[in-house]
Design a protein around this ligand. Structure first.
Ligand code: ATP
Ligand code: SKM
Ligand code: MG
Length: 318
């Protein structure tokens, strides 16, 4: 702690109960350290911060020494007093070093189009540009003949993907099957036995391998892939992506027809959950270069529309 931090009388660490105890929660201790170091960076006394945050000095001292469990609203007030974001107080990775912080500052408040340009430029700097055809202007000649279908469960990725692969004479890659091969068990077993983080690692590896092995392919991706920004980024950079959209009702109907209710467990709120998932993911799915509404027409017509869209996009006659 910097020497310009003044402890109020009676509020020094030694005067507080339980300060030397080993039973303090490590997260609360780290949070307290961050508060102290932010306060030091601002050169503010504890009293000044307490006044600005409208909390008692004792409350602030407890927070700084990892005692008690301050409410989120108190943390918000303290963040306001320290002129930092709540994320910085909580210890978000993007606030952990000056470079991260400066990057955040530069990007703060930018519109989506600007952020996309920055993301692409960062990918280039880091050597992750890949084909990046879409991002570099998206001319048909530059697009990758590795076509990835994305969308929520029941969108038609497997059905239309296989049809498209047969039509183009490309290999069809069902990423979920590749993941199961790596893991030696089913997707649900991976998730139940090893957890979501392990599943995401397998998913990432499956995308990396598919990109490495197949210069041309139609890839059906797992619906939840967009939840992992790094994996989704990889896909966007190295594939021509198509978002297969459908109405929530169709997603539900199709998935149910296949006898599988994940992630829409049979409950009263199932449709609401599905709509929330769809709404939450739409902003990510919409990063795909092409999109096709599979609810608008029957399967055969939808396939013809997809075929035409992809052939035109890749400049393949037929
Ligand atoms: N217009 C349409 N477009 C696509 N699929 C349709 C259409 N109409 C009906 N279907 C049916 O909807 C189902 C789509 O299921 P499919 O397994 O292909 O979806 P998916 O996106 O691969 O789902 P998951 O994420 O669960 O793997 C198929 O049974 C297909 O026949
Ligand atoms: O939509 C989802 O959340 C998921 C779909 C599956 O393909 C898998 O990605 C996983 O089971 C999660
Ligand atoms: Mg499928």
């Amino acid at each position: 702690m910097s020497s310009n931090i003044v402890h109020a009388p009676g509020l020094t660490p030694s005067a507080l109960p339980g300060l030397d105890g080993e039973d303090k929660n490590p997260f609360l201790v780290a949070l307290g350290e961050r508060v102290r170091s932010l306060r030091a960076r601002r050169g503010m006394t504890r009293k000044a911060v307490a006044i600005a945050a409208d909390v008692s000095e004792r409350h602030l001292a407890n927070l700084e020494y990892g005692i008690g469990n301050a409410s989120i609203l108190v943390l918000l007030q303290v963040a306001g007093a320290l002129q930092c974001s709540l994320a910085e107080l909580i210890g978000d990775i993007t606030t952990s070093t000056p470079e991260w912080l400066m990057l955040r500052e530069l990007l703060d408040g930018r519109d989506e189009a600007t952020l996309r340009r920055v993301r692409v430029a960062v990918g280039d700097v880091l050597g992750m540009g890949g084909d990046g055809s879409r991002e570099r202007g998206g001319s048909a000649a530059q697009r990758s003949p590795r076509v990835a279908l994305i969308g929520l469960r029941g969108a038609g990725k497997s059905t239309l993907g296989q049809m498209l692969a047969d039509d183009l004479g490309y290999p069809f890659v069902e990423l979920s099957r590749e993941i199961e091969k790596f893991a030696g068990c089913s997707i649900s077993e991976i998730q139940a036995l090893y957890g979501q983080n392990a599943y995401r690692r397998y998913e990432r590896r499956a995308v990396e391998e598919a990109i490495q092995i197949y210069p041309e392919a139609v890839i059906a991706t797992p619906g939840g892939l967009v939840s992992d920004a790094a994996t989704f980024n990889l896909l966007l950079e190295h594939c021509t992506t198509v978002w297969l959209q459908a109405d929530a009702e169709d997603h539900m109907k199709r998935v149910r027809a296949q006898g599988d209710l994940r992630p829409m467990a049979a409950s009263r709120e199932a449709m609401e959950d599905l709509q929330r998932i769809l709404a939450g993911r739409a902003a990510f799915y919409s990063k795909a270069e092409f999109r096709l509404d599979t609810s608008a027409q029957a399967l055969e017509q939808t396939f013809r529309a997809l075929r035409q869209m992809v052939r035109a996009g890749l400049q393949i006659p037929g």
